[in-house]
Design a protein around this ligand. Structure first.
Ligand SMILES: [Zn+2]
Length: 152
């Protein structure tokens, strides 16, 4: 829409999965979850029914873009079909909503992570799309991750 912005070289970026996260107009990332209309339980990723009460009235909501580290590990061997470099961090971040999100971590050294560490949502580039059709267009696959908040 906005001509003249420096948002790449014309190559697109697209999420590794649709409907998990987005970026708003100012480039701030957010996770897309669902809130149960019946019991207010929040879930991620959004599912058609509530795991707590079984209701099927789920409203899409933007979740908090920060949380605290709850568990973590380092992935040192690439899973089949995985994009991006190894090692990478992988773990669980608890959001203020009380929801625990399984997520990539930008920090892959477990010794630099600790329980309760403040974490911030980011969107990272995994690399070129391996799909030959998309590769021709030069699309970059993106995914969400959480980065440690460095105290200043
Ligand atoms: Zn419910």
């Amino acid at each position: 829409m906005s001509a003249g912005t420096e948002s790449g070289t014309g190559a697109g970026r697209r999420p590794v999965h649709d409907g998990l996260f987005g970026e708003d107009g100012s480039g701030s990332p957010f996770l897309l979850g669902g809130r149960c209309d019946a019991c207010d339980r929040v879930q991620f990723p959004m599912a058609p029914t509530c795991p707590a009460c079984g209701a099927d009235t789920i409203t899409e909501v933007r979740l908090s873009d920060h949380g605290t580290l709850w568990g973590w590990t380092a992935v040192t061997a690439p899973p089949p079909g995985a994009l991006g470099d190894v090692p990478f961090g992988f773990g669980v971040v608890e959001l203020p909503e009380g929801l625990r999100v399984i997520t990539r971590l930008t920090e892959s050294d477990p010794t630099r992570l600790s329980f309760g560490l403040p974490m911030q949502l980011v969107v990272i580039d995994l690399g070129p799309d391996p799909d030959p059709d998309s590769a021709v267009r030069g699309e970059i696959i993106t995914t969400y991750a959480f980065a440690p908040v460095v105290a200043t």
